[in-house]
Design a protein around this ligand. Structure first.
Ligand code: ATP
Ligand code: MG
Length: 354
C-alpha cells in the first residue's frame, strides 16, 4: 500500500481497487493513443485525469470539472457517469449559461400548474428527470446568485420544491458541474457563491488544455482522421507540413478546435491532408485601408486585430514610429516591443506558440 496520509481512511482502501480498475479499463489504439471511456489522450496529465475519474466514479461525490473551452469537460462528465453504478440511468446535461435567469429555477426544479403566466400544466425539472442518474450542470458559474441558493439547498438536502409547489420533492441525483472559469476568480468577480463553489468542488477535476498535453496533438489528430477515413471509406493522410503545424500551433480552442480543423482539412483534401496554421490563415484576411480609415474583418482574433491596427497605423505614418506610437496612444517602447514580437512570429511558428 502506498505511503500517504490517508492510508487509514476507507476511501484510500477503495483507491487501490481504483488503480487496478483504471489500468484494466485503459485502451490503446494501433498508433499508441490511449483512451479511457470517451476520452482519448496518452499525455501524463490525461493519464492522471483518468485515474482520478476512476477513483471518483464509484462514489456519489459532487464533482466540479474545471477547464478551458473545448478541453472535454462534458466528455469527462459522461465518462464519470458511464463508469459509475448509475450508468443505466439518465445522464442529463444542462447548460446553465444558456437558460434565461427567469426560467432557470423552473427548468432545474420543475413547476406546478399556474405558478407563473403560461404554466398551464405542471412539469418536472431536470433534477427529477435525472433521478437515479447524473445531472451535469455546465457553465454553473453563470447562474445568478439568488438562483444558486436553491441549488445549494437541493445539493445539501437532496430535496427541493417545484416552483409554486408545496410538496417536498426528493431525488437521488449525482451532480457534476463544469466551468471554464477559475472557480476562485468566479467567486471574487462573477458572483459565484463561495458556499456553492465549495459544495460543488467536493472533488475538483481539471481538464488540461491541449498545449499541456505533450504528444497528444498529433495522436489525437491521427485518431480523428482515422475516424473520418473509416466513415468515408477513404485513405487520406496528413502531409509533413500538417504534422508540423499540429505540433507547433498552440490550439487555444483545444480539442474542439483541433477536431474541427481536421474535419475541415479532410473535406478539402484529395489525398494529402494539409492543416494550415490557423493563426496564419486568419492573417490572410487582411484589413482594408481607405485613406484614414481601416476595416477589419468580423471574427478577426483580437490579437490579430491589434497587429493589423498597429502595422496599418505605422504604414499610415510613413513608417515614423514616434508618430505611430503617439497616434496609437502607447509608448514608443511598447510599439517597439510589439513590432519585435511580430518579427519573431513571422520567422515561423515560435516556441512561445506551443
Ligand atoms: N480527450 C478527448 N478525446 C476525444 N475527444 C475529445 C476529447 N476532449 C474533447 N473532445 C471533443 O472535443 C469537443 C469538445 O468537447 P467538450 O464539449 O466536452 O468540451 P468542453 O470542455 O465541454 O467545452 P466548452 O467549455 O466549450 O463547453 C467534442 O467534440 C469532444 O468530443
Ligand atoms: Mg461543454
Amino acid at each position: 500500500m502506498p505511503e500517504s496520509t490517508d492510508v487509514e481512511t476507507p476511501a484510500a482502501a477503495r483507491d487501490d481497487d481504483a488503480a487496478a480498475r483504471f489500468a484494466k479499463n485503459l485502451a490503446r489504439d494501433a498508433a499508441g493513443l490511449e483512451s479511457y471511456g470517451m476520452l482519448y489522450g496518452s499525455s501524463p496529465s490525461m493519464l492522471e485525469l483518468y485515474e482520478q475519474i476512476e477513483r471518483v466514479a464509484s462514489t456519489d461525490a459532487t464533482v466540479l470539472v474545471v477547464g478551458e473551452s473545448g478541453t472535454g469537460k462534458e466528455l469527462v462528465a459522461r465518462t464519470i457517469h458511464d463508469r459509475s453504478s448509475r450508468k443505466n440511468s439518465p445522464f442529463v446535461a444542462v447548460n446553465c449559461g444558456a437558460i434565461p435567469d427567469s426560467l432557470i429555477e423552473a427548468e432545474l426544479f420543475g413547476h406546478e400548474r399556474g405558478s407563473f403566466t403560461g404554466a398551464v400544466q405542471g412539469r418536472a425539472g431536470y433534477f427529477e428527470h435525472a433521478n437515479g442518474g447524473t445531472l451535469f450542470l455546465d457553465e454553473v458559474t453563470e447562474m445568478m446568485p439568488v438562483r444558486q441558493v436553491k441549488l445549494l439547498r437541493a445539493l445539501e438536502t437532496g430535496t427541493f420544491y417545484r416552483v409554486g409547489g408545496t410538496e417536498l420533492q426528493r431525488t437521488d441525483v449525482r451532480v457534476i458541474a463544469a466551468t471554464n472559469r477559475d472557480p476562485l476568480v468566479a467567486v471574487k468577480e462573477n458572483g459565484l457563491r463561495e458556499d456553492l463553489m465549495y459544495r460543488l468542488a467536493v472533488f475538483p477535476l481539471r481538464a488540461p488544455p491541449l498545449r499541456e498535453r505533450e504528444g497528444d496533438r498529433e495522436l489525437l489528430a491521427q485518431h480523428f482522421l482515422a475516424e473520418l477515413n473509416a466513415q468515408e471509406g477513404t485513405n487520406k493522410a496528413f502531409s509533413k507540413r500538417a504534422k508540423e503545424t499540429l505540433r507547433t500551433y498552440s490550439w487555444p480552442g483545444n480539442v474542439r478546435e483541433l477536431k474541427n480543423s481536421v474535419y475541415r482539412a479532410f473535406i478539402l483534401a484529395e489525398k494529402a491532408v494539409e492543416i494550415e496554421h490557423p493563426r496564419l490563415a486568419a492573417r490572410s484576411k487582411k484589413a482594408v485601408t481607405q485613406g484614414d480609415a481601416m476595416s477589419i474583418w468580423v471574427g478577426t482574433p483580437l490579437a490579430e486585430a491589434q497587429r493589423q491596427i498597429i502595422l496599418g497605423t505605422l504604414k499610415h505614418c510613413g513608417g515614423d514610429k514616434r508618430r505611430a506610437a503617439k497616434a496609437l496612444g502607447v509608448s514608443l517602447k511598447t510599439l517597439y516591443n510589439r513590432l519585435g514580437a511580430y518579427e519573431d512570429e513571422d520567422d515561423g511558428p515560435s516556441s512561445s506558440d506551443t
